[in-house]
Design a protein around this ligand. Sequence first.
Ligand SMILES: C[S@@+](CC[C@H](N)C(=O)[O-])C[C@H]1O[C@@H](n2cnc3c(N)ncnc32)[C@H](O)[C@@H]1O
Length: 267
Amino acid sequence: MDAYYEDETVQLYLGDMREILPALAVTADLIVADPPYGETSHGWDRWPDGWLDVAARHAQSMWSFGSMRMFMRRAAEFSAADWHLSQDVVGHDEGDDFHGDINIVWEKHNGSGFARDRFRRVHEHVLHWYRGPWAGVHQDVPRVPYSGPNKSARGSANRAAHTGVVGASSYVDNGTRLMRSVIKAAAVRGQKRHPDEKPLPILDPLIRYGCPPGGLVIDPFAGSSSTLEAAAAAGMRAIGIEGREDYCEASALRLAAMPLLLDGGAA
Ligand SMILES: C[S@@+](CC[C@H](N)C(=O)[O-])C[C@H]1O[C@@H](n2cnc3c(N)ncnc32)[C@H](O)[C@@H]1O
């Protein structure tokens, strides 16, 4: 099958993901899906029946963007396709009995929807789903720089300046902390390539969490290929599928310009 766009890192296919993915016969480390949830008047915004089953045959790990309304309405379909919500996994560290959060709230800064009878909506959800044993799913929570009070010295007035090592079990503070489950990233504004174009700063941590370095990410609803660009920038390979040719065209232009961007415009 011919790709609409292809280079050493990414491939984009034009067509229905329910036909293209089975024909490609690939297994990915991670799916990043931004499906049409059928909540707008856009012509492409129709829930593709059966897509969760198709996705399930190509990866064990998946992020899906979506509204609470969509996830609640489609919960039985996720479950029937054997996708489990990662939120339900109990922590695995010794003696650890808390539920960590793998459902991301994307805080957009600028909102959408200004109905007078609702709170102004400035967020979206991204939920992580997995199949098979949790231990078989790649998980690497990104860390972010931290400059607040030193964790190990907290609450101890007499402790000497922190050395980075505490007690018998060594704790080395490398100045980072686990990324938080609420991620701020401004929505794409102005000249958008797609009405629902996702910003790279929200995609980057999702990809780094679920895909090992050099691994393969699939976006079955690629739109303007934001996931493909974010994956390539993070050092992963990516395959995108998009049902509309105009978005594939916009994607091809974007992806062809990508090496220049990744080189910092030096080329
Ligand atoms: C929410 S948008 C994705 C936007 C994308 N994340 C971006 O950053 O540009 C969903 C996309 O899925 C595409 N689509 C809808 N049904 C599809 C199908 N069955 N197979 C492939 N693509 C489909 C639509 O044309 C639309 O561009």
